[in-house]
Design a protein around this ligand. Structure first.
Ligand SMILES: *Cc1c(COP(=O)(O)O)cnc(C)c1O
Length: 470
C-alpha cells in the first residue's frame, strides 16, 4: 500500500474520540486533554507512515492511552545523578538542604512577609532576609540578591557603567556556557568593553594605561571553566585594588562560584563588589548575589533592571535558610557542600553499599575508583577522589535503558563500561538506584532476547559526559 492510501486509512480525530475507550479516557482526564492526545497519536502515526514503517497505519487503544499518558507525565523530573559531578548544570546544580526545602514549602503554602514589615505595618524589603546574612558571611557593607549571577553581572554593569568604559583583561573574556559571554553581557549593559593585556599575560599596568575619562570600572572575571597554564600572568584583586582606588574607579569581581571565603577575602583585598551564584559552591537555589560597597549597591538597587531580575519568594526562602546554615557553621547539612567535603573513604563505603544492593538485585557490579568533579564551572582542573560501581553490560544500551527508567539514572561510560559514580548520590538514594538498575538490566535482557527496543529508541540522547555548560 502506498503512503497516501495508508494516510487515508487513518481515523479522524472525531472518529477516535467516538470510540468507547476514548470516552472513558475523557471521563477520567477531561475531554480537552484527550483531544490533544488524539491529535498527538495521529501525528505520530503519520510520522511513522512517512518514515515507511509498515505496521503503523492503525491508531489503537494503546496508542491513544499512551499519548494521553505522555501529556500527563511531568516534563521536569527527578533524576538520580550517578555522574560524579556534584553541581551538574544540566541536572539542576545544587540539591537543596532539608531546612531550605522546609522553608520553601512553608512560604509557598501561604502568605508571607515578602515585602511587609510586621513591626511597622509598612512595606518592607524583599532583600532584608538575605542581606544581613550575606554581609555577616562576607564582611560586606551591603548585599543584593537577584535571579542568577548572569543577571547580577548585567545589573551591576548597567547600573555602574552604562555609556561608559569597562576595562577587562583579554585572558578573562570568557564564555561561561549557554551563551553567557562576558563581552556580550557588557554590550547588553550599555557599557563599552576595553580589552587590555594579551590572552596569557595581563599586568596591573595594562589596566592603568587604559584609563580614560570615560572609564567606569575595572572588571575581573574568574575563569571558572578553563585554566590558563604555562607562560601566564594576571593581576589579582590585591594588585588591582590600589590602582582602582587611586583612579577613583570601582573594581568589580565576577567570582562565579558561591565561595564565601573567597568573596570575603577579595572584598578585604579591595574589591568594590563581588558577584557570585547561589547554586554553585554555596549549595542553595539559583540566585545571583552581589556583595560590597553600600554606595554602589544603592545605585544598583535603584536601577530599573533590578525589578526585572528580582528573586521570587521561594528562592528567597531557600536562600535565607541556606545562608543561615553557612552562618551557623552547619554547612555540612547542605548536600552539595557535604558531597564536596566528604572523605574518600566515606565515598568508597557508599559505592560498596551500592554494589551489594545491586548484587541483591541480581546485577553483577564491582567497585572501582573514580574521579568526580565539582561542576558548575568551579575548579575545572580539580578532580574529586570518588568511587563508582562498574556494571558488566553493553555500555550504550544500558546507558539508554537507565535513562528510560521510571526514575532516570544518569550514569557515565568509561572504557566501554557503565559506571555509577556515587559522589553525588545520597545514601538514601542507593536503594532506588539499585532498583532502577535492576529493572533496566532486566528490560535490556528482554529486548535483546526479543526484537526491537522500542522503549529505548524514544529516549533522547543525553551525553552525561558532555557537561560543556557551566
Ligand atoms: C557561573 C558563572 C556565571 C553565571 O552564573 P549563573 O548563576 O549561572 O547565571 C557568571 N560568571 C562566572 C565567572 C561564572 O562562573
Amino acid at each position: 500500500m502506498d503512503t497516501r492510501a495508508r494516510l487515508r486509512e487513518l481515523p479522524s480525530v472525531d472518529e477516535l474520540l467516538g470510540r468507547q475507550h476514548a470516552r472513558e479516557l475523557a471521563k477520567k482526564h477531561g475531554r480537552t486533554l484527550v483531544v490533544e492526545g488524539a491529535r498527538a497519536a495521529l501525528a505520530e502515526a503519520r510520522r511513522r507512515i512517512f518514515a515507511g514503517e509498515t505496521s503503523a497505519a492503525a491508531v489503537g487503544e494503546a496508542d491513544l492511552a499512551q499519548a494521553v499518558e505522555r501529556l500527563l507525565a511531568w516534563r521536569l523530573r527527578r533524576v538520580l545523578n550517578a555522574t560524579g559531578v556534584v553541581l551538574h548544570t544540566n541536572l539542576g546544580r545544587a540539591p537543596l538542604a532539608e531546612a531550605a526545602i522546609e522553608r520553601v514549602l512553608e512560604v509557598a503554602r501561604g502568605y508571607s512577609t515578602l515585602e511587609f514589615d510586621v513591626a511597622s505595618g509598612q512595606r518592607g524589603s524583599r532583600q532584608a532576609p538575605i542581606a544581613d546574612s550575606l554581609c555577616a558571611l562576607t564582611g560586606a557593607e551591603a548585599a543584593l540578591a537577584v535571579n542568577n549571577n548572569a543577571a547580577a553581572m548585567l545589573l551591576a554593569l548597567a547600573a555602574l557603567a552604562h555609556g561608559r568604559e569597562v576595562i577587562v583583561s583579554r585572558g578573562e573574556l570568557v564564555e561561561i556556557g549557554g551563551g553567557f559571554r562576558i563581552p556580550e553581557v557588557l554590550t547588553q549593559s550599555g557599557a563599552r568593553l576595553v580589552e587590555v593585556g594579551t590572552t596569557n599575560r595581563t599586568r596591573t599596568a595594562d589596566y592603568v594605561s587604559a584609563i580614560a575619562p570615560a572609564t567606569a570600572l575595572f572588571l575581573k572575571v574568574h575563569r571558572s571553566n578553563f585554566a590558563l597554564v604555562g607562560f601566564t600572568e594576571e593581576a589579582s584583586i590585591a594588585d588591582l585594588a590600589p590602582a582602582a582606588r587611586d583612579a577613583g574607579l570601582a573594581l568589580v569581581y565576577d567570582l562565579g562560584s558561591g565561595d564565601l571565603d573567597e568573596a570575603r577575602r577579595t572584598l578585604a583585598e579591595g574589591a568594590s563588589l563581588v558577584c557570585f551564584s547561589g547554586d554553585k559552591l554555596l549549595g542553595g537555589p539559583q540566585a545571583g548575589l552581589i556583595v560590597g560597597a553600600r554606595t554602589l549597591m544603592d545605585r544598583i538597587a535603584k536601577h530599573p533592571l533590578a525589578r526585572a531580575v528580582r528573586l521570587d519568594k521561594m528562592s528567597i526562602a531557600a536562600l535565607e535558610a541556606t545562608l543561615a546554615l553557612h552562618r551557623a557553621g552547619r554547612a555540612e547539612e547542605i548536600p552539595a557542600v557535604r558531597a564536596l567535603l566528604e572523605k574518600p573513604v566515606a565515598v568508597r563505603k557508599r559505592a560498596e553499599r551500592l554494589a551489594s544492593l545491586l548484587a541483591a538485585a541480581g546485577v553483577v557490579a564491582e567497585v572501582v575508583e573514580s574521579e568526580g568533579q565539582v561542576g558548575g564551572g568551579a575548579m575545572p582542573l580539580e578532580k574529586l577522589p570518588s568511587a563508582a560501581v562498574r556494571i558488566a553490560a553493553p555500555a550504550r544500551d544500558l546507558l539508554l535503558a537507565l535513562r528510560a527508567g521510571e526514575t532516570p539514572v544518569i550514569a557515565i561510560v568509561r572504557d566501554d563500561r557503565v559506571l555509577l559514580d556515587v559522589k553525588a548520590l545520597d545514601e538514601g538514594e542507593l536503594g532506588e538506584v539499585a532498583r532502577m538498575v535492576g529493572a533496566a538490566v532486566e528490560r535490556l535482557a528482554k529486548f535483546t532476547s526479543t526484537s526491537t527496543p522500542t522503549g529505548l529508541e524514544a529516549v533522547r540522547v543525553f551525553d552525561a559526559d558532555a557537561e560543556g555548560e557551566t
